[in-house]
Design a binder for this molecule. Structure first.
Ligand code: NAD
Length: 465
């Protein structure tokens, strides 16, 4: 089928590549010329494991997506036009919808009759109607006047649907090929039928799984949740808010564990075994970051406020999360007393492992607070250093490719991102080259007693040595 994807960020590029891998004819549009040029030169502008191999497969199968900055070329191609542009938070917590607005109006100018405009960006409830109006506005711009001044209004039939995205950066290919569910929100039954058809290969898992991203054992057919547009929009915000709340809950329990002397990992193991609760997203630490949780919780709060409702659980979810970052500084002050002039190293700067994404990364707030306190901040990360340098030139961090070199002369070491590479470190060698002995395990990855036995002062988040 003919698919156009607007926006080639984490979501747009992965979505487009997966559709192309499944045999669809895909066109991608972005306003970022540098990004489109690198994609056309075979370079992938984001770090996402397996994406290079997926695109190589598309090349072999002659389904490599076309990348362009030409709106007409890309939009007029699609029977389905997916919107996957960014919707970052404004300072007041509401999402910035300017990219969505511009994309929707441009779509109207070039949309094919009968096409379905599918919103994959995470957007406030009611955006389906708004996108529809903007597309209409774009269509109206096609109207022409003849010599006698008579205006001909072009009529283009179209529908707007919602298809929220649940992929996680770092496992985006697997999440897209083997999703837990596919949510399709459409107000016209015929759009739902078309979208189900587009997704059939995926929902019925008919495709041959690639070697580098095998199908999980006993993976069933994927549940397709067909619903109305507003409910689909609410599903996305509610899912992210629930996951964020689960982590904040674990963090609040961790802080109580610290007070009473319990080990939060044990507590979460105990409660997660209850099948009504489950183990996932109950890892206490320095909290969530990334482009989605903070922004989506903020947006849902702002929607509720618009209707005069105070969503107190969502407010607390945020508050607990950002307090965890401050807690890191508090713990360092309690232990090192004077921070000025100390050397502190961060293991990891990406907001989570397997990505180079730094949006709302705890490492940035922690580094800023430490630099403000007069600390010499060092950092090491397997992939996010170039992004961090480029996006945060104001941050006077000393970057290291090798963590053992970074450790030399450190007063304290903080585990910020639980990269696989940081799981089994030679902690004995690290301690030997540090000048202090403080290890703040921000992700509760290490066994407190074994680390303390080496001579470290171990600080966990809700765990004591
Ligand atoms: N990143 C995630 O893990 C994730 C997961 C689920 C949902 N989402 C949601 O998906 C949406 C996209 O997120 P992302 O992380 O891919 O964003 P991103 O910032 O990585 O990418 C957005 C892209 O859209 C392009 N763009 C902006 N305006 C455009 C326009 N008018 N025409 C063409 N291109 C345009 C930008 O240049 C950029 O390349 C957001 O709403 C986000 O909340 C993201």
């Amino acid at each position: 089928m003919k698919v156009s994807v607007i926006g080639t960020g984490y979501v747009g590029l992965v979505t487009a590549s997966c559709f192309a891998f499944l045999g669809h004819d895909v066109y991608c549009l972005d306003i970022n010329e540098e990004r489109i040029n690198s994609l056309n030169n075979g370079e992938i502008p984001i770090y996402e494991p397996g994406l290079d191999l997926l695109l190589q497969d598309c090349k072999k199968n002659n389904t490599f997506p076309k990348f362009t900055t030409n709106s007409q070329e890309a939009i007029s191609h699609g029977d389905f036009v997916f919107i996957a542009v960014g919707t970052p938070s404004l300072p007041n917590g509401e999402p910035n919808l300017t990219y969505l607005q511009s994309a929707a109006e441009t779509i109207g100018k070039f949309l094919k009759p009968g096409a379905v405009v599918v919103n994959k960006s995470t957007v406030p409830v009611g955006s389906g109607n708004w996108v529809s109006m903007l597309v209409e506005n774009g269509i109206a711009q096609r109207s022409s006047k003849d010599a006698s001044g008579v205006t001909t209004i072009e009529k283009v039939d179209f529908a707007v649907a919602s298809n929220p995205e649940f992929l996680r950066e770092g496992s985006a290919i697997s999440d897209s090929l083997y999703p837990d569910r596919i949510v399709l929100g459409a107000d016209k039954p015929e759009s739902l039928v078309k979208l189900k058809e587009l997704y059939r290969e995926l929902s019925e898992q008919k495709f041959k799984a690639p070697d580098y991203c095998p199908r999980p054992n006993d993976f069933p057919k994927v549940e397709v949740i067909g619903t109305d547009v507003t409910s689909a929009e609410m599903i996305k915000y509610s899912a992210n808010s629930f996951l964020a709340a689960k982590i904040s809950f674990a963090n609040q329990i961790a802080n109580i564990c610290d007070l009473v002397g319990a080990d939060v990992n044990e507590v979460m193991r105990g409660i997660g075994s209850d099948t009504r609760i489950g183990h996932k997203f109950l890892h206490a630490g320095i909290g969530w970051g990334g482009s989605c949780f903070g922004k989506d919780v903020d947006a849902l709060i702002s929607i509720a406020n618009d209707y005069g409702y105070n969503p107190s659980i969502l407010e607390s979810t945020k508050q607990v999360n950002y307090m965890q970052r401050e807690l890191v500084i508090k713990r360092l002050q309690e232990n090192l007393k004077i921070l000025k002039g100390k050397k502190i190293g961060l293991l990891g700067i990406a907001f989570k492992p397997n990505t180079d994404d730094l949006r709302d990364a705890p490492s940035l707030d922690i580094s800023r607070a430490l630099l403000k306190a007069g600390v010499q901040v060092r950092a090491c990360d397997p992939v996010a250093i170039p992004n961090c340098k480029k996006q945060n030139p104001d941050l006077n961090i000393e970057y290291f490719d090798d963590l053992y070199t970074m450790a030399e002369g450190l007063d304290a070491l903080i585990l910020v991102t639980e990269w696989e590479q940081f799981r089994n470190l030679d902690m004995k060698a690290i301690l030997k080259s540090m000048s202090g002995n403080l290890f703040l395990d921000g992700r509760n990855q290490y066994d407190p007693k074994s680390i303390a036995a080496l001579g470290f002062k171990y600080i966990g988040m809700g765990r004591q040595a």
